[in-house]
Ligand binder design. Sequence first.
Ligand code: XIL
Length: 477
Amino acid sequence: MVSTRALRSVIGGSGAALLAATAALVAVTVPSAHAADPPLRDLAAAKGVYLGTALMASELSGTSASIAGTQFDSVTPGNEMKWDTVEPSRGTYNWAPGDSIVTFAQAHDMQVRGHNLVWHSQLPNWLTSGSFSNDELHSILVKHVTDEVTHYKGKVVHWDVVNEPFNEDGTFRQDLWYNQLGVSYIADAFKAARAADPAAKLYLNDYNVEGTGAKSDGMYNLVKSLKQQGVPIDGVGFQAHLILGQVPSTFKANLQRFADLGVDVAITELDVRMQTPSDASKLQQQANDYAAVVNDCLGVTRCAGITVWGFTDATSWVPSTFPGQGAATLYDENYQPKPAYAAVRTALGGGTATTPPTSPPTSPPTTPPGGGGGCAVSYGVNQWNTGFTANVTVKNNGSTPVNGWSLKWTFASGQTVTQAWNATVSQSATAVTATNLSYNGTIPAGGSTSFGFNADWSGGNPAPTGFTLNGTACTVS
Ligand code: XIL
């Protein structure tokens, strides 16, 4: 069976969105040390995870838009889908700010993480001071969830349905919802969201739950009970607003125990704050912390992705929320990448790009996908006016493992591979051969592997045809 992560990694971009993204992508400045490297989002995709950032409507142009639209493949609106913005007066909706984030995401082939539907904070006054009866409050909650999820149906991939429902000791937060409706408000919110968009992945989200402990135990018990009751919950979000040098050592094991309940997990709001000003040793510690979190997610098959809560110190929420602290993100206030950026790149498998040899390997491996199942190739591209990045996933549908692989295909004319990762790629005219590296030569029966490459194109860039895996023709999607 293909894991959720493997399936996710084969989802390609939409053609219209790619064309729309062209203008923005060509204007991008990539950090010079990595000018030839694929963007972080492609490295993440090759690992089977998404890489997201929070963005605010004020950041959808200029440098912030260029970096966000290039390096990340998921976006979470920083504030634009919260209750006080979306429903500023009862029954009257203000969709424009959230819609602007969705439009940006679609133009840059990014998915959207909706944030959030039910929370104790950023609620409009009419709601907090309305003195509603319990029944009325319940209807207000269900209607809001239904209307917002319906508005964004098909456009939001993941929803933070309920945000921050716990106290630090693992008991339920005494907020408007819990005080009047009891714990059932959580299940009711998930049910309303599922009814409004059955395809959206529905998450419970909180902070200070990254390591094991009382609060994390409270969340674990809730998720277990929701699953037992058949409440439609798909995932648990770990915000990960972390303090320098304090990535919990139990983070990965904790993610795994939630995954073992039958839900996906995700890092949803990662930042690592420090006392300012920063210095070289703090920035190095921060780099180590970011890398540790990425590795913890990659170490758990059901970890769907990682979102940073803003990618630049220029707009991070930290300094205004935690006085004296800041410098919490991957890029500094001048939008220059910090050591943490390089550490995330390395943790995602970057920096190991291989230079294509000039001629195909002389003795390609020959184990075909056994048992008659053949192979399936998924080919996704991210393109700009003269170049593109391709992510290729090849699945062994046979009943025996493939040991050593060579995937061949034919390009239309005008496509030239310039660099590859997770494979050695060689090209002779339009014929291309990708062979495994030392660490990914085995594709288990029913399993898959992914690699990617950068290439130039001219005259059109159709998907290649005639993929063969060790000589056996593959289906293509
Ligand atoms: C923050 C935003 O980044 C700020 O702009 C806003 O003023 C307050 O909220 N946990 C969450 C996010 O779930 O919604 C919060 O976002 C940060 C903490």
